[in-house]
Design a protein around this ligand. Structure first.
Ligand code: NAD
Length: 400
């Protein structure tokens, strides 16, 4: 029987948690033992007792209790990567499952290798039909799109829908959404429900139909060949294409009351799409929300984790969007985790089976048995000549 541990999130303002009481019941039906850290659901008003009633045991955050709970754990699950203080408590061969952003966290990858910890990155779950139930990037991005639209609306000093009243006619707000992936499409849908006029742009032309099916207009910019990766992600534009995009969308930006940018490039720094000269052309009182602010930004002037004024323009770069609707975000994330565990659960042995040959784990497992095994992360690190030492050692053995 496998023991799964769920820890409380550390970083503020995180409002999400990785398990709800209903998931405890499902895991127990599967044959797992569940332990949760005390206070895990406190940010969304779920008490420890509800987890206990569902069949979990609860351990406190005291070092000795935590140590005991971790001592026979098969997997440790959370929303964000485990904080530093928990590293010495990890058993060799335990599996951590969380968002992890292994592109950025080279040091942590090295630590997992030297501790012989297996790590699953929820960002690396394949974006295939089979994996839709486990796709936490999509579930959280969708809520992020909704929250960004809400934040933009409440920051704007005008209403969104057209209103014809005896006191005069109010024109609908104009919104421009750049990047129409999961988050962008949800933002568009939310703005449309509120009656705004919405225009959107994405470098993947196939997205135009999805934008139009939501009642928004697609801004056509001919950038030539843009292309997508095998997983359906956008490829980086050339510098000429980027300059062309920046100039072609400038009028639309200047004319908008709200601009939301959601353009991402998987595993790479997001492109800067709105430079300060274009921002300066927006009407005072307009609002810009930059989803990418924490990773460098789609908007030149945005600041990570902050809302700032750039002249008369409010730029929101606060991040942690899905966490703002923590109850729903936790439910969706916890269900994504449960779907993953069910997928890799061995019915026969009634335990978790962490097999690097498994179709999902072949892509989502980063470190395993003291090695960096993920091909994408491996190639990324070798390109940066930053490959963890043991793997370099393994490579030199392979080449010997
Ligand atoms: P993402 O977060 O990586 O990027 C967001 C959007 O930014 C994308 O639509 C991308 O095309 C766009 N973008 C990148 N550079 C841009 C630029 N210069 N200007 C404007 N837009 C730019 O993407 P995502 O939302 O996670 O989704 C990526 C892809 O994965 C999509 O094709 C989506 O349909 C697909 N997907 C598939 C599944 C599935 O099959 N289960 C699930 C989720 C997503």
């Amino acid at each position: 029987m496998s023991k799964l541990i769920f820890v409380k999130e550390q970083g503020l303002p995180e409002q999400r948690c990785a398990i709800l009481p209903q998931n405890v019941k499902s895991y127990i039906r599967l044959g797992a033992k569940i332990a949760v850290e005390s206070g895990i659901g406190a940010s969304i008003f779920i008490e420890d007792q509800e987890y206990v009633d569902a069949g979990a045991t609860v351990f406190s955050g005291e070092k000795s209790e935590m140590q005991l709970a971790f001592s026979d754990a098969d997997a440790i699950l959370s929303v964000a990567m485990l904080d530093e203080t928990k590293l010495p408590l990890l058993n060799p061969d335990v599996t951590t499952i969380s968002f992890f952003d292994p592109f950025k966290h080279n040091k942590r990858v090295n630590e997992y290798i030297s501790h012989k910890v297996s790590s699953v990155s929820m960002e690396m779950i394949p974006r295939s039909s089979r994996c839709q139930k486990m796709d936490a990037l999509s579930s959280q991005a969708s809520l992020a799109g909704y929250v960004m639209a809400l934040q933009a609306m409440s920051a704007l000093n005008k209403s969104l829908p057209m209103m014809m009243t005896p006191a005069g006619t109010l024109k609908p707000a104009k919104v421009f959404v750049i990047g129409a992936g999961v988050a962008g499409l949800q933002a568009i849908a939310t703005f449309k429900r509120m009656g705004a006029n919405v225009i959107a742009y994405d470098t993947r032309p196939e997205v135009s139909q999805q934008v139009e099916s939501l009642g928004a207009k697609f801004l056509n910019i001919d950038l030539g060949e843009t292309g997508s990766t095998e997983q359906g992600y956008a490829k980086a534009l050339t510098s000429e294409q980027l300059a062309k995009q920046q100039s072609a969308q400038a009028t639309c930006i200047a004319d908008s009351d709200i601009v939301v940018t959601t353009a991402q490039l998987f595993g790479r720094t997001p492109p800067v799409l709105i430079k300060n000269d274009v921002l300066s052309q927006m009407k005072p009182g307009s609002v810009v929300v930059d989803m990418a602010a924490q990773d460098g930004g789609n908007v030149e002037a945005s600041v990570a984790n902050q809302t700032i004024m750039y002249g008369g323009i409010k730029i929101i770069g606060t991040g942690d969007w899905a966490s703002q609707v923590g109850r729903d975000a936790s439910q969706m994330y916890a269900n994504n985790l449960q779907a993953l565990i069910e997928d890799i659960w061995s019915e026969e042995d009634k335990c978790l089976k962490v097999d690097e040959q498994d179709e999902v784990l072949a892509q989502a497992l980063i470190t395993h048995k003291g090695q960096l095994i993920n091909p994408i992360i491996k190639s990324q690190y070798s390109a940066k000549e930053d490959l963890p030492k043991q793997t370099l050692h393994e490579q030199s053995k392979e080449h010997a």
